[in-house]
Design a binder for this molecule. Structure first.
Ligand code: FAD
Ligand code: N01
Length: 537
C-alpha cells in the first residue's frame, strides 16, 4: 500500500459504510484506499465501548445483507448484539473480504480539495501525506464526533472524566466510586444500569427525560432464527419496504382513533412486550398526528410511573416536552428500575441547572455534588460534525463550512452542488439516522458505486448536483418534516444539542421506500438533477 498516491477513490472512515464501500469499489476493479483515524475498523462500534453499549435493532436486521454467505455464516449470540460482538462482526467482515490491505489506520484526513482542471480530489492527512483520487467518499459517520463538554471549570476536576463516545479500550472500573453521569440519551440509558451495578453511588444529571422501551434482550429465540434463516431474502426486502427500514417497526394498518381505547391499550401492551421500536409502528398516524402520538406517550408515561417506586422521581423521569418518537426512542435493559436502587439518585437540571464543574464534582444552582468520576453522556455533533472537521473545498475553492453555514444543503443527502465527485454516505437530506442504519448505508453505498460505474463506463470525468435539484430537494425535505411530529423536539436531528449550530431538520422523514425509489428513478433517468461532464472540458 505504501507509496501509492493516486486512486480511483479515497474513502474516509472504516465503519459499516466505509467497509462496504471499499468492497464494492474493489469488486468493480477500481483502486481505493480508506483512511481511518482509529487503530481498527468498526466506527461507532470501535469508539462506543461504554458499559451496556448495544444495538437498538434486532441483531439479524442490523447487519449487512449484501452477502448471503456472510449472512448465513455469522451467528448472533444475543437478540440485541453488544458492542464487542458488533465489533467482532465488523472485524470478521474486514477479514472475510480481505479489506485491511487497503485501509490505512491511525490516519486522519484533514483536507479534501477539488482540482477543477483534473476533475480530481487532493486529499491530505495528519501524517503529512497527500494523495489524489477521482472520487472522494465521506463515510465519516453521522454520530462520530463527540459533543465536547463546555461546562465552566471542567479542567479543574480532580478525578477522571469519560465520554461515552470515546470509551477506553481497557474499560473503566467504577468499583467503590461515586460517579456523576451527565445526560439521559440512549448512551446514558444503556450505561447507567451497568455503572450503578458496579459503583458505590451514581448521580444522574438529567436535562430532558427520554422515552425508553425495554429491549427484552437475551439469547436469540432459536425459532425466530430458524424462521429468519429460511426467509432471509424475503425478510430483508420486507424491512426495506418499511418506513424505518425495520420489520419490527412496520407500520400498522389503521389509524390511532379508528380503534377503541381498550383495543389501543392492548395493542400498546403487545408492542411493549415485543420491545424496542415495535411501539412506533402501532398506528399509521403516530408520527404525523400529535393527538394520536400522545396516546402512545401516555402509555409509556404510565409504564414509567408503574416501574419507578418513588412517585417524585417517576414524575421527573416522564418526558413532557416532546412527542414520543420525535427523538430516537431509547431501547433499554432495566433503565427505569435502576432508579429504585439505593445507590442511584436523579438530579433534575430543570430545577437546578449545572453551573460548572469544580475540583470536587458537579456544581448546580442548588449545591455541589462531590464525585470521584464524571461520565459525559452528552451525545454528538451529529450528521455534519465529522465533515465540518475536514477542510473540504469544491469548485473555485469554495469551503463546505461556508456553504453550510446556515445548515447543510444536499441533493438526496448524497452529493452537494459545487462539490463534484464527492459523495456522502447517509448525509443530511437522506433517511439516515431515522432508519435502521444498516439498510440506509447499504442503499447509499450501492447507489454511489453504481453511479461511479456508470461514470466509468461512459468515460465521464465529473458528476455534480445542480443547484436547482438541490434547492428543490432541500425544500422537499423541510416540507415533509413539517408534516410530522419531528420538529417538535429539541433534538440532535435539528442540531439543537450543539450550542450555536443552525437549527435545520437534517434527515429525510419521507420514509425509506419513497426515498430509495426516488434515488433509483434519478439514476434510471441518467442521473436526473446532476450535471455530468467528460474530462475534456
Ligand atoms: P461510523 O461507524 O461512525 O464510522 C465513521 C468512521 O469514520 C469512524 O471510525 C471515524 O473514526 C472515521 N472518521 C471520521 N472522520 C474521519 C477523518 N477525518 N479521517 C479519518 N477517519 C475519520 N444505528 C442503528 O441503526 N442502530 C443502532 O442500534 C445504532 N446504535 C448506535 C449506538 C451508538 C452508541 C451510536 C453512537 C450510534 C448508533 N447507531 C445505530 C448509528 C451508527 O452510527 C450507525 O448504525 C453505523 O454504525 C454508522 O456507520 P458509518 O460507517 O456510517 O459511521
Ligand atoms: O446522545 P443524545 P447519545 N448539560 O444527544 C444531554 C445513537 N445511539 O449519545 O436532551 C446537560 O441522544 C442531553 O440533554 P437534552 C442514537 O441514534 C444509539 O445518548 O439535550 N445535559 C441528552 O440527555 C442516539 O439518538 C444507541 O436536554 C446535556 C444527552 O446529554 C444517538 O446515538 C446508544 C448537555 C445526550 O443525548 C445519540 O445518543 C447510544 C449539557 N450541556 C447512541 N448537553 C442504542 O441504543 C447534552 N446533554 C443503539
Amino acid at each position: 500500500m505504501a507509496g501509492e498516491t493516486s486512486f480511483d477513490a479515497v474513502i474516509v472512515g472504516a465503519g459499516f459504510s466505509g467497509l462496504y464501500m471499499l468492497h464494492r469499489l474493489r469488486q468493480q476493479g477500481l483502486t481505493a484506499r480508506i483512511y481511518e483515524s482509529a487503530t481498527g475498523v468498526g466506527g461507532t462500534w470501535y469508539w462506543n465501548r461504554y458499559p451496556g453499549a448495544r444495538v437498538d435493532i434486532e441483531s439479524q436486521e442490523y447487519s449487512y445483507s449484501f452477502s448471503p454467505e456472510l449472512d448465513a455464516e455469522w451467528k448472533w449470540s444475543e437478540r440485541y448484539a453488544s458492542q464487542p460482538e458488533l465489533l467482532s462482526y465488523l472485524n470478521h467482515v474486514a477479514d472475510r473480504f480481505d479489506l485491511r490491505r487497503d485501509i490505512q489506520f491511525e490516519t486522519r484526513v484533514t483536507s479534501a480539495h477539488f482540482d477543477e482542471t483534473a476533475n480530481r480530489w487532493t486529499i491530505t492527512t495528519d501524517a503529512g501525506e497527500t494523495v489524489t483520487a477521482r472520487y472522494c467518499v465521506m463515510a465519516t459517520g453521522c454520530l462520530s464526533v463527540p459533543n465536547e463538554p463546555a461546562f465552566p471549570g471542567k479542567e479543574s476536576f480532580k478525578g477522571p472524566t469519560w465520554h461515552t463516545g470515546r470509551w477506553p479500550k481497557e474499560g473503566v472500573d467504577f468499583t467503590g466510586q461515586k460517579v456523576a453521569v451527565i445526560g439521559t440519551g440512549s448512551s446514558a440509558i444503556q450505561s447507567i444500569p451497568q455503572i450503578a451495578a458496579q459503583a458505590d453511588h451514581v448521580t444522574v444529571f438529567q436535562r430532558t427525560p427520554n422515552f425508553s422501551i425495554p429491549a427484552h434482550n437475551g439469547p436469540p429465540n432459536p425459532e425466530v432464527l430458524a424462521d429468519w434463516a429460511a426467509n432471509r431474502a424475503r425478510y430483508r426486502e420486507e424491512a426495506r419496504n418499511t418506513g424505518f427500514g425495520l420489520r419490527m417497526a412496520a407500520e400498522g394498518e389503521v389509524a390511532t382513533f379508528d380503534v377503541s381505547e381498550e383495543a389501543r391499550r392492548a395493542e400498546y401492551e403487545r408492542r411493549w412486550a415485543i420491545g424496542g421500536f415495535a411501539m412506533l409502528g402501532a398506528y399509521t398516524d403516530l408520527i404525523s398526528d400529535l393527538t394520536a402520538n400522545k396516546t402512545a406517550g401516555e402509555f409509556v408515561a404510565d409504564k414509567i410511573r408503574g416501574i419507578v417506586k418513588d412517585p417524585v422521581v417517576a414524575e421527573k423521569l416522564v418526558p413532557k416536552t416532546f412527542p414520543i418518537g420525535s427523538k430516537r426512542i431509547c431501547v433499554d435493559t432495566g433503565y427505569y428500575a435502576t432508579f429504585n436502587r439505593e445507590n442511584v439518585s436523579l438530579v433534575d437540571l430543570g430545577d437546578e441547572p449545572i453551573e460548572g464543574i469544580t475540583p470536587a464534582g458537579v456544581k448546580t444552582a442548588a449545591r455541589e455534588y462531590a464525585v470521584d468520576a464524571i461520565v459525559y453522556a452528552i451525545g454528538f455533533d451529529a450528521m455534519t460534525g465529522a465533515l465540518g472537521k475536514i477542510d473540504i473545498r469544491g469548485r473555485g475553492g469554495q469551503a463546505l463550512k461556508e456553504e453550510w453555514a446556515a445548515g447543510p444543503r444536499t441533493y438526496l443527502g448524497l452529493m452537494i452542488a459545487g462539490f463534484p465527485n464527492l459523495f456522502i454516505v447517509t448525509g443530511p437530506g437522506s433517511p439516515s439516522v431515522l432508519c435502521n442504519m444498516a439498510v440506509a448505508i447499504e442503499q447509499h453505498v450501492e447507489w454511489i458505486s453504481d453511479c461511479i460505474q456508470y461514470m466509468g463506463q461512459r468515460q465521464l470525468g465529473a458528476i455534480e448536483a445542480t443547484e436547482t435539484a438541490q434547492d428543490e430537494w432541500v425544500a422537499h425535505v423541510n416540507e415533509v418534516a413539517d408534516t410530522t411530529i419531528y420538529p417538535h423536539a429539541n433534538s440532535w436531528y435539528l442540531g439543537a444539542n450543539v450550542p450555536g449550530k443552525p437549527r435545520v431538520f437534517m434527515p429525510y422523514i419521507g420514509g425509506f421506500p419513497v426515498y430509495r425509489d426516488k434515488c433509483n428513478e434519478v439514476a434510471a433517468k441518467g442521473y436526473e438533477g446532476f450535471a455530468l461532464s467528460s474530462d475534456a472540458r
